[in-house]
Design a protein around this ligand. Structure first.
Ligand code: GLP
Length: 237
């Protein structure tokens, strides 16, 4: 059963998520953090950055990445993670991985899974949720047991993410993403969602049937989930 906390603002949620990360890293400076991209985790990174902890031994694994963008492209998730998390938090870039950072060949997903396993698994995974109910880039229809693999992006997700690009045409059509099975192996999931356009996805994920049509519903299968939502995102609950 997920613990659902309704917060006043994205900033308040960021403080609570940062508390959880602080508690984890306080006990284990080399903890393994599951990093997310998108606008949702930004308040968490900002809150954590102001606390001035030494996070240089933390190991990080990002959820997903576009296929076809150079790592140096400003919208590649590699760049986003560098800009939003690695630099402000003082993470060691050598200890932070992004899916596909060593290629997107057929073995790439398996290598990423192995790297997570060798690190001892993810201790705390930050998660946003897309308006289609997707988590990471696991679009509706993704197998509940899936692991890291290359996927095709849904048209709606490309439209949603077009705001980060000059034109829709520039939004990649493929991605490499941790699977729902990968995400479920993390020991603590912290799912954040803000704004009215997430209300339907949040309600379906938390209260609808566990189903591949709502990938976010897999959180119902996890024993330790913290959900941080503002009033608007919670309005369908
Ligand atoms: C993208 C990412 C997801 C993210 C989702 C929501 O598709 N791949 O990991 O959760 O968008 O994005 P935002 O947080 O910007 O609403």
């Amino acid at each position: 059963m997920a613990e659902v906390i309704i917060v006043e603002s994205a900033e308040a949620a960021g403080e609570i998520a940062a508390d959880a990360i602080e508690a984890l890293v306080g006990g284990r400076p080399d903890a393994v953090l599951g990093l997310a991209t998108g606008s949702t985790p930004l308040t968490t990174y900002r809150a954590l950055a102001t606390r001035g902890h030494d996070l240089s031994r933390v190991r990080g694994f990002a959820l997903d990445e576009y296929v076809g963008l150079e790592p140096g492209h400003p919208q590649s998730y590699y760049s986003v993670i560098q800009r939003e998390a690695v630099v402000p938090l003082g993470l060691n870039p050598q200890l932070v991985r992004v899916p596909g950072d060593d290629g997107t060949d057929a073995g790439a997903g398996e290598r990423y899974e192995r790297a997570i396993e060798e690190a001892g698994g993810v201790d705390l995974q930050l998660l946003g949720i897309g308006a289609t109910g997707h988590i990471a880039f696991n679009e509706p229809g993704s197998s509940l047991a899936s692991s890291t693999r290359v996927k095709t992006l849904m048209h709606q997700t490309r439209i949603d993410n077009a705001r980060f690009f000059d034109t829709l045409e520039e939004v990649p059509r493929h991605c490499i993403t941790q699977g729902l099975g990968t995400i479920l192996r993390a020991r603590h999931l912290v799912l954040l969602a803000f704004g009215e356009n997430k209300a339907v996805a949040v309600a379906a994920a938390l209260e609808g049937p566990v189903s591949a049509s709502t990938p976010g519903s897999v959180v119902q299968l996890h024993p330790r989930v913290t959900v941080l939502v503002d009033e608007a995102a919670a309005s369908g609950l």
